[in-house]
Design a binder for this molecule. Structure first.
Ligand code: XUL
Ligand code: CO
Length: 437
């Protein structure tokens, strides 16, 4: 094995809530059982390659600040192979069971597609070895269809058919690699699948193309026998002004309209939800109630900054909401808590990568424990059940079963008179949640 990249850092241990060791878990105890399942299996934590190992921590006003002593600064395959080993050293020490990548995060793009595929294969060989050595698995793979200038107008929704074809070829390879590495899923995030101005855009035609693209991916998945779950990841804007897969509801409408609903679930991201003017809880409920809750990209935005800051999640209120919705819909099947998050530009040292992930994992472990306690308490669920009780019998039951009509309802209400008013008890419920936070 190569020289250790994090020689001073030992395997991160669970030390318990009273520990003052910054490089220990206070709440994430992977073998602790909650509601009959270990924390490890509930949360299925995943580290993202693009932020954790590739983000230089630049912003529009300044150069990258990240200090990554193992990186020789070149775009060589050798450097990429070495970085892959470093990534696994990091993850082994952190103790996350999964990771995720884009094709171009792990290996440099070549001058031709054939060269890019060759570079990719070389690094995939290392990833495979490291997966076998450590037992860390691929949560999902994806292709970067937004960084190269050829995709400036989008990939599957580009005005140019050759750009579409290039993207298809790239996804074909990424699917093959994801299968080869035993990936449990594959994500489609529409990096530039949207528009910047409608003056030059045939919106209907572009959305049709996106559906054709996904149908071809579904066909190819079957052809190669890839069994992983497909996800679509909503985001309303950035980099484009408007993205077609803008939120969970828009994605579901698109998937249903084009006969894709059975083939893709949603990969929801907190900061994308807030950019869309929703909460993550809203997005998870929209997906969950349509049996489409697949995986989550766990991060958070900043209340005062209006863009996708992709910060690590630290709010216990947020993680509790996520875990309550997740558990309500039966937990992850193929997905996980994927930290699509980056350290901030000022946190440029390698150790900051550990602090960030430990914090995110502990925040979710607390969210899990709190959600389990709220579920055990039962008052929240009871309240919601009681709130809808008029639907459980009588006229409500008849309506739900499609056994009545407007004429009967008119007769019913003439006899019955005004509905009984009921309080929503929002403050009571907020207080109840705070009993557990
Ligand atoms: C971008 C984003 C992506 C996807 C994968 O905002 O979230 O990193 O998760 O392409
Ligand atoms: Co994401």
């Amino acid at each position: 094995m190569a020289k250790a990249a994090f020689p001073k850092i030992k395997k991160i241990q669970f030390d318990g809530p009273d520990s003052r060791n910054p490089l220990a878990f206070k709440h994430y105890n992977e073998s602790e059982v909650v509601e009959g399942k270990t924390m490890k299996d509930h949360l299925r934590f995943s580290v993202v390659y693009w932020h954790t190992f590739r983000n230089p921590l630049s912003d529009p006003f300044g150069a990258g600040t990240a200090v990554r002593p193992w990186d020789d600064g070149t775009d060589s395959v050798k450097n990429a192979e070495n970085r892959a080993r470093v990534a696994f050293e990091f993850m082994e020490k952190l103790g996350n069971p999964y990771y995720a990548f884009h094709d171009r995060d792990v290996a440099p793009e070549g001058r031709t597609l054939a060269q890019s595929n060759k570079n990719f294969d070389a690094v995939v060989k290392v990833l495979k070895e490291e997966q076998q050595r450590t037992g860390i698995k691929l949560l999902w793979g994806t292709a970067c269809l937004f960084a190269n200038p050829r995709y400036m107008h989008g990939a599957a929704t580009s005005c140019n058919a050759d750009a579409f074809a290039y993207a298809a070829a790239q996804v074909k390879k990424a699917l093959e690699v994801t299968k080869e590495l035993g990936g449990e899923g594959y994500t489609f995030w529409g990096g530039r699948e949207g528009y910047s101005t409608l003056w030059n855009t045939d919106l209907g035609r572009e959305v049709d193309h996106l559906a054709q693209f996904l149908h071809m991916a579904v066909d190819y998945k079957k052809k190669i026998g890839f069994k992983g779950q497909f996800y679509i990841e909503p985001k309303p804007k950035e980099p484009t002004k408007h993205q077609y897969d803008s939120d969970a509801a828009a994605c579901l409408n698109f998937l249903r309209a084009y006969g894709l609903k059975n083939h893709l679930k949603l990969n929801l991201e907190t900061n994308h939800a807030t950019l869309a003017g929703h909460t993550m809880q809203h997005e998870m409920e929209v997906a969950g109630s349509s049996d489409a809750l697949g995986s989550i990209d766990a991060n958070t935005g900043d209340e005062l900054l209006g863009w996708d800051t992709d910060q690590f999640p630290t709010s216990i209120y947020l993680t509790t909401q996520c875990m309550l919705s997740l558990m309500k819909y039966g937990g992850f099947k193929t997905g996980g808590v994927n930290f699509d998050a980056k350290v901030r530009r000022e946190s440029f040292e390698p150790v900051d990568l550990f602090h960030a992930h430990i914090g995110g994992m502990d925040a979710f472990a607390r969210g899990l424990k709190i959600a389990a306690a709220i579920r055990k308490d039962g008052r929240l669920a009871d309240f919601v059940k009681q709130r809808y009780s008029t639907w459980d019998s009588g006229i409500g039951e008849k309506i739900e079963n499609g056994k009545t009509n407007f004429r009967e309802l008119e007769k019913y209400i003439i006899k019955k008179g005004e509905p009984k008013l009921q309080s929503g008890r929002q403050e009571f419920l907020e207080n109840l949640i705070n009993e557990y936070i």
